[in-house]
Ligand binder design. Sequence first.
Ligand code: PLP
Length: 432
Amino acid sequence: TPLSFKNLAPVDSGFVFPGNHGSHNAQQLIGDALKGRVENVDQDTCGAGEEDAFFVADLGEVYRQHLRWKKNLGRVKPHYAVKCNPDPQVLRLLAELGTGFDCASKTEIEQVLKMGVDPSRIIYAQPCKTKSYVRYAAQHGVKQMTFDNADELYKTKQLFPDAELFLRILTDDSASLCRLSQKFGASLDSTNELLELAKKLELNVVGVAFHVGSGASDPKAFLKAIQDARFVFDQAATIGFNMHTLDVGGGFCGDTFEEMAAVLSDALELYIPQYVRVIGEPGRYYVSSAFTIACHVIARRTVADATLGTTSYMLYLNDGVYGNFSSIIFDHQHPVPQVLKCGDRFLYDARRSGYDTPSMAEYSIWGPTCDGIDCIAATCTFAEIVDVGDWLYFEDMGAYTKCSATRFNGFTDSHEVVYVSSEPGASALMGL
Ligand code: PLP
C-alpha cells in the first residue's frame, strides 16, 4: 500500500540534506555502479551500441529531496512536473511517497494513471490544451486543469464543464533560466474579466496558479506572485467563486531551495488564509542531482598550435546536444565534464577523496552528430591525457535532459539507466 504523504520518517532524525550528491555512501554507490557498467564494455570487441552513454540514478537522492521539501515547505503538497523527467522509477517512487503529479499532455496523464495513481492527484497544468486531450482528461476523471484566456474557457465549457479550473496568472520571471510568462499567464488587468466570463459560463474556478520561471533565482518573485494570487482570490470571492486551492508552480533549485522556501512560506503565512490548500509543481528540484551520465570517448582530434607551441584535444563523445545534453540548448545548462576512466584507472573515487593533480591539457568536448552546434563544453582542462575508449561523466543530469533528446543522425534517444538507492527508505519502497 502506498505510503501516505504524512507517513514518512521524521525529517529531522539524522538525515543529511546534501544539497548535492548525498553522503559518502551515496557517492560510493554511484561510483560502484558507474564502474560496474563501464567494466562490462570492451571497446575492441563490443557490439554496436554496447558502449552507449548511460545514466546512474540514485533514487535515494529523490527521496532525500522529498524529505527536504516536507521539512521546509510542509504546507505545500508537491505535484511532480512529469515533463522534467518522466523516468518510470522516479514516478513510481514519488507515487509511493504520496506526491501528486503535474501533467502537460495526454501521454503524461496516461503514464501516471497507469501506475494506479488516483486522478484527483493529477493537475493538467497546461493553459492551452489539445481538445482531444481535454476529452481524455474528462473521460478519466482528471478534473484539475489550468487556463489563462477566454478561448480556453469556451473550450472547457464545450468539452469538460465540470473541470476544476485554476486561473494561471503572469509572474515576473525575469530572473529565471527558462522564462514561461512570455507564453502563459493572465495579467492582473485581465483576471476580473476572465473570472466574470467563467461565472457566466457556469464553470468551476477553484484556484489560482502561477510559475515564477524554471530555474528561478530571485526569491522575491514568489512574494510578488503570492501577493498577486491573493488579489485574484479576493476578486474571485467578489464575483461569487469559493476558491480553495493555490498552485505555486515550480522553479525551485537544489542550491537555493531553503532560501526560496523561507520567502514562500512567509508569504503564504501573510497572504493566504489557512483554509486554502496549497500545491506546487516542482520538477528540476526533485531530479536534477539524482542522475549522473557516463559517456564514452569515441574519437579524438589532436590540435597542435605551432605558433604557440601548445597541444590541445577535441574529444568526441557518444552523446551530445541532440541527445541527453539537449539541456544545454533548451535549459541553458553548462554540464561539467569530469574524467571517469582513463586507460585502466577509474577516477570517480579518486576525485571524491580529494584527488588534486594540476591540469595538464586543454580540451573541447563534442557530441557525435555532424552539426557544429553539437558542442558540450567549448573548453575545459583535465589532469589526464584522455584518449579514445576512455569515459567521462557529468553530474546533475536529471532535469530536462533525456526527455528532450532526439534521434538526430540516427543516434538513440533511449539510454540505459542503472538505478541505485542511497536511502534505506527509498530502497524499501522500490525493492532495491
Ligand atoms: N509547471 C509548469 C506549468 C511548467 O511549465 C514547468 C516547467 O516548465 C514546471 C511546473 C516545472 O518547473 P521546474 O522544473 O522549474 O520546477
